[in-house]
Design a protein around this ligand. Structure first.
Ligand SMILES: Cc1cc2nc3c(=O)[nH]c(=O)nc-3n(C[C@H](O)[C@H](O)[C@H](O)COP(=O)(O)O)c2cc1C
Length: 367
């Protein structure tokens, strides 16, 4: 029986399909690894890759995909300390976890020392392995409340918050910072020094100023500068686009681990590719059929976590992340706008998958 809608993916040319084949890209010329394991306090990581906290994205289903792809440490999206302490149901939902994703780092934001310490206790009791403090969010609403990157201007306040939290929780504590408000890097170095003195176990550096947002280039030299002065592990972050960038950042900065954010959206195999590179000095493109398996997993994980109605509403745009750059992906994106059940979602994925696999077989027969 022909799958409904398959016909819509009419092939105009076979040449672009070649780029979807699992090809070994290169075996040499990649930077050599520096280290491939690390520890954050008592938590040992299997490798040096970390999934960045991404608000609205790094929920449990998404983190499970990253974990399956080999990511050593996954992070929750930022969670409001106020929402945790005042028992917001939606906020508490963000703490849900599964053993399969462990170790898990949970990030909180806020500016009130006492609320932050209370929220830290809630996070610890939820079973999180690591607590991360957001000192880098540059979203207007967060800055206005004096949280996130706004705290980079107030080293004394940061010190008091970190001391209060350190006194309260036993799990490893980390902070995620930006360059600060000016581009000198002075504020980041100062906060790193304070964090270390307060008993923080690792520091993540996204070297852009608060005003920059995501514009311009991340200044990796600041990661190197902090690594040179700190005795706690430093996690480098910013502008990892391809698996090769993981080693490039580690080589250029000496950082202990590398955090990947935007490049992991719809592309969890960036973790498996980075690991292949670290371990075998080569990197392969993801097998096309694997891409579709991951999409199916994402639908199923999301339905389990959010319930069918809410999950499928989310899938209408999110499944499109996974086919970016693929031929005829716009037709797939169009087709998923109408889905209303898990069955619909899986059918649309299957249509697009069988279209792809057929075409690849045709190419193999031609070749
Ligand atoms: C959609 C989106 C949401 C984000 N949410 C958070 C967050 O909740 N907490 C945080 O510390 N950083 C957050 N960030 C920043 C990322 O964690 C990361 O520092 C930044 O994207 C740079 O890394 P990248 O170049 O690998 O994306 C977010 C970034 C994006 C694009």
């Amino acid at each position: 029986m022909r799958m409904h809608g398959v016909r819509r993916y009419r092939i105009l040319s076979l040449a672009p399909m070649l780029s979807q084949l699992p090809v070994l890209l290169c075996e040499s010329d990649f930077p050599k690894k520096v280290v491939d394991k690390m520890k954050i306090g008592s938590v040992a990581l299997d490798n040096i890759t970390v999934l960045a906290p991404l608000a609205g994205i790094t929920n449990l289903p998404f983190r499970l995909l990253a974990k399956e792809a080999g990511c050593a440490l996954v992070c929750s999206e930022m969670i409001s300390s106020h929402g945790l302490v005042y028992n917001s149901v939606k906020t508490h939902e963000l703490l849900r976890s599964q053993p399969a994703e462990k170790p898990l780092s949970v990030q909180i934001f806020g500016s009130d020392r006492s609320l932050m310490a209370q929220a830290a206790t809630i996070v610890e009791s939820s079973g999180a392995d690591i607590l991360d403090i957001n000192l880098g969010c540059a979203v207007k609403k967060v800055l206005k409340s004096g949280s996130g990157a706004a705290l980079m201007k107030e080293p004394r306040k940061v010190e008091k918050i970190l001391q209060a939290i350190r006194r309260t929780v036993k799990i490893p504590l980390t902070v995620k910072i930006r360059t600060g408000w000016d581009s000198s890097g002075g504020q980041a170095l100062k906060i790193a020094e304070i964090a270390q003195a307060c008993g923080v176990d690792a520091i993540t550096v996204h070297p852009r100023t608060a005003i920059q947002g995501f514009r311009g280039k991340a200044d990796w030299s600041l990661i190197a500068a902090i690594k040179n002065t700190a005795s706690i592990p430093v996690i480098g972050n910013g502008d990892i686009v391809r698996p090769e960038d993981v080693l490039k950042m580690q080589n250029q900065t000496g950082c202990d681990a590398v955090m990947i954010g935007r490049a992991a959206i719809g592309n969890p195999w960036i973790f498996s590719q980075a690991l292949e590179l670290i371990r075998n000095n080569k990197v392969s493109l993801p097998d096309p059929s694997r891409r579709f398996e991951v999409m199916i997993q994402y639908v199923k994980f999301s339905v389990t976590y959010f319930g069918e109605q809410r999950a499928i509403r989310m899938m209408r745009s999110r499944l499109g992340w996974f086919v970016k750059g693929l031929r005829y992906s716009s037709r797939f994106r169009e087709s998923i706008k109408q889905i209303s059940t898990q069955k619909d979602a899986l059918c649309r994925i299957e249509e697009y998958r069988s279209f792809f696999i057929d075409k690849i077989q045709q190419l193999n027969q031609c070749g």
